[in-house]
Design a binder for this molecule. Sequence first.
Ligand code: DQQ
Length: 585
Amino acid sequence: MVIPINGSWLVLSIALMLSSHGMIITAQHQEVNYDTNDPHRTAYHFQPPQNWMNDPNGPLVYKGIYHLFYQYNPNGAFWQPDIVWAHSTSTDLINWTPQPIALTPSEPYDINGCWSGSTTILPGDIPAILYTGFSNQKYEVQNLALPKNLSDPYLKEWTKVPLNPLMVVTPNNNHSFNASSIRDPTTAWRLADGKWRLIIGTHQGKRGIAVLYTSKDFATWNYVERFFHSAEDNGMWECPDFFPVYVGKSLGADISVIGKDVKHVFKVSLFDTQYEYYTIGTYDINKDIYVPNEGSIESDLGLRYDYGKFYASKSFFDSMTDRRIVFGWVNESLTQTEFMIKGWFGIQAIPRTIVLDQSGKQLVQWPVKEVETLREKNHVEWLSQVIKGGSLIEISGITSSQADVEISFKVPDLTYVEELDQTWTNPQILCSLKGTSIEGGLGPFGLLTLASTGLEEYTAIFFRIFKGPNKYVVLMCSDPSRSTLNPTTDKLSFGTFVDVDPEDLSLRTLIDHSIVESFGANGKSCITTRVYPTLAINDKTKLYAFNYGTVNVNITKLNAWSMKKAQINLSKNMEYHNEEHKDEL
Ligand code: DQQ
């Protein structure tokens, strides 16, 4: 098939096949340079120069340099099993330099693909990659790779150890797992007995399972019969993450920290729904199991890092700044033909710090402070403004397609709050039911981002307040139903209930051409949406504060900045260009 695109030709050799990412894969090789005028290409979110990217893999900091690996297809904007670990480095988590591919399929144990995994810092400051290999028999096995040269802070070359594969489940070794569904090893941690531990995601029917492996030397790994954690009605658990968080301290904890002042977080990515859930609980070190707090679940009404598009996330402890930082993959909402033509697929969310909320009941996330270095000096500031019911106010004076906005609201009067119907238990469905144009008592109020001049297009992020049986309930929604005139784009609304005082609400939104990342109530609830405006592009984009409820609301503070373009993986051939980015060194 030959498709003309922007003067160049896209050549696709078609061979239909269903991928693990649920999409029809058609090409063995695709040659396309993305259009530099593509209005949906982002300016400060991590992405490769072109082609397909999915999960973030093994983030770490080594000798003052941040490393991000990621699942990448060098052959085109589609997923295929024999995917590689691409690699970039940074000194600030925002500007990134491409490095040579770190892992490519080469051995019988990974010849069909180098799939997701993590890094662990071994004693002596030695970073180690553990990843899933998709083997010549199409089994998922776990392998180790080590840096070739420890004096290279960029860790450009990696060696797969001769002992690989280190962890193997086969139909013959009595494990009752599907040998083709056991993957994504976590960072390993070590307890006082000196033994390393890690977990891997799998399933038995609809039961999602995290199996535990232990090792004395990081080379020989023993399978532990008792599941580390499992849950019914989940299906395959991908990309588990397990880490401690301090109680009452806004600092990150290193992976092996245990004690009375920490709780543990367990996160899984559900293959069946492509959503992630986390629970907070206790690591029982005597039984070597994780026990979630009572009532915490990994599905339906469970807690999520992000109630929008955010998957296969991976956290790491930044020992330079004592932060736990999480990366998450943000999928596209386009049809397959559309993204194949664009020649690129997938971005990473802005890395977020992650801490336990004061309540101890949930996590709080915030974009790493380094992203603020992209804020242009001249910004818009409002101190106080009433936003009348049924009105909107333009936030002018910034580049609205590439912006960072912080807005706080005070609700003066809760008398006219709408009653919460007892059947409205699912916030996402409630957000679809009560979209931006549905007038409420208090709300919807918030931001209209990526809006066109005549408001034919916009993506709304807003709050609505309801009166529940015993308390007020705050709903936060992201509504992309009017985000584009393109009829084929997925325009699903996302939403969540926010555990917050309804009278004081705040919202921070990062806007970057085709992504809107929102942090409600100082990071208690996050929603990321991908949108593809046709009119509201580049300098034709507008931004508004709006209140389509009946009751007036006060804006107590607003700060909005234009964002500079970050230097991200500028080289097209993914080679390391020292000269181009020598400022980073
Ligand atoms: N993506 C990887 C797998 C992982 C999945 C393959 C999650 O290792 O389970 O690209 O998106």
